[in-house]
Design a protein around this ligand. Structure first.
Ligand code: PXP
Length: 267
C-alpha cells in the first residue's frame, strides 16, 4: 500500500485492474437544436465526427417514434460516414426493429418510450414484457447486433434481462443524478447503492454492464469507478456543455474524469 502523506493511506483502485470504461456520446440533442429551426444545421453527423476526434469510443443515437430529434436519414448517415461503433437506441417495436436491421448498427439499446415524456424517464419493464422482448432480442441478436436492455438498477430487472438472453444491460442512472442535484446525502447513497448492487449482480450473472442518463462532470466519477461498468453513454450534458467549452473539450474532460476514476488511487 502506498501512503498519501497528510491525506492518509491511499488504496489501490479496484477498477484499475479492469478494462477501460468506454465513453459513448449520445448526439440526439445536436439534432434537437437542428430541428428547432427545421434546417440542416447543426448536423449531428458532423458532431459525431468531432466526437471521434475528441476520443469517444462510440456514437449513440435514439430514433424516437415521434422523430423529435434524430431522423431516419441521420441513422443511415451515421452508419455510413462514422467509423466508430454505432449504438442505436430505440423502443422495442416492430417498426424500429425493421429500421435497425436495415441500418445494421454495431449495437442496439432497447428503451421504453412514452410519447409525452421529455426524455427516457425510467428503465424497461423487462420482467413485465418477457415474450415481446424475447422475440426482438432474438431477431436483433441473430443479425449480429449486440443487444442491450436499458433497465432500472433493480434486482428483478437484472435477473429478467439475463433470463431473456440479453448480453448487455444499461443501468439507468437518472435517479442517482436527481439525488445528486437535490444534494440529499441519504438519497445519493441509496441510489448509488442500487446501481452498485445491480452492476455486481449483473456481472456475476455474466452480463456486460453499461450505465447512462443524467451523467455529468459532477457525478460521473462515482459511476465510472464501479469495477463492473464497461461503458457509459452520455449526451445531454455534453451537448449542453459544448455551448460553453466546445464539444471537443467537453468530451476530453469527460474522458479524463472517467479514466481517473478507474486508475486513480483512492484516499
Ligand atoms: N442511455 C440511454 C439508454 C438513454 O436513453 C439516454 C438518453 O437518451 C442516455 C443514455 C443519455 O442520457 P443523457 O442525455 O441524460 O446523458
Amino acid at each position: 500500500m502506498t501512503t498519501g502523506g497528510d491525506s492518509g493511506p491511499l488504496q489501490r483502485n479496484p477498477a484499475a485492474d479492469r478494462p477501460r470504461c468506454r465513453l459513448g456520446v449520445n448526439i440526439d440533442h445536436v439534432a434537437t437544436i437542428r430541428n428547432a429551426r427545421g434546417g440542416v444545421h447543426p448536423d449531428p453527423v458532423r458532431a459525431a465526427h468531432l466526437c471521434a476526434v475528441a476520443g469517444a469510443d462510440g456514437i449513440t443515437a435514439h430514433l424516437r417514434e415521434d422523430r423529435r430529434h434524430i431522423r431516419d436519414a441521420d441513422m443511415y448517415r451515421l452508419k455510413e460516414e462514422i467509423s466508430l461503433p454505432l449504438n442505436f437506441e430505440m423502443a422495442a417495436t416492430a417498426e424500429m426493429v425493421g429500421i435497425c436491421l436495415d441500418v445494421a448498427p454495431h449495437a442496439v439499446c432497447l428503451v421504453p418510450e412514452r410519447r409525452a415524456e421529455r426524455t427516457t424517464e425510467g428503465g424497461l419493464d423487462v420482467a413485465g414484457q418477457r415474450e415481446a422482448l424475447a422475440a426482438f432480442i432474438d431477431r436483433l441478436g441473430s443479425a449480429g447486433i449486440r443487444v442491450s436492455l436499458f433497465i432500472d438498477p433493480d434486482e428483478a430487472q437484472v435477473r429478467a434481462a439475463q433470463a431473456l438472453g440479453a448480453p448487455v444491460i444499461e443501468l439507468h442512472t437518472g435517479a442517482y443524478h436527481e439525488a445528486v442535484q437535490a444534494t440529499t446525502p441519504v438519497r445519493i447513497q441509496a441510489e448509488f447503492d442500487k446501481i452498485e448492487a445491480a452492476a455486481d449482480l449483473g456481472e456475476a450473472l455474466g452480463l456486460e454492464i453499461h450505465a447512462g442518463h443524467g451523467l455529468d462532470f459532477q457525478n460521473v466519477q462515482a459511476i465510472a469507478g464501479l469495477p463492473p461498468i464497461r461503458e457509459l453513454n452520455i449526451g445531454h450534458f455534453l451537448v449542453g456543455e459544448a455551448v460553453f467549452m466546445g464539444l471537443d473539450q467537453a468530451i476530453r474532460e469527460m474522458r479524463r474524469l472517467i479514466d481517473d476514476a478507474r486508475t486513480g488511487m483512492l484516499v
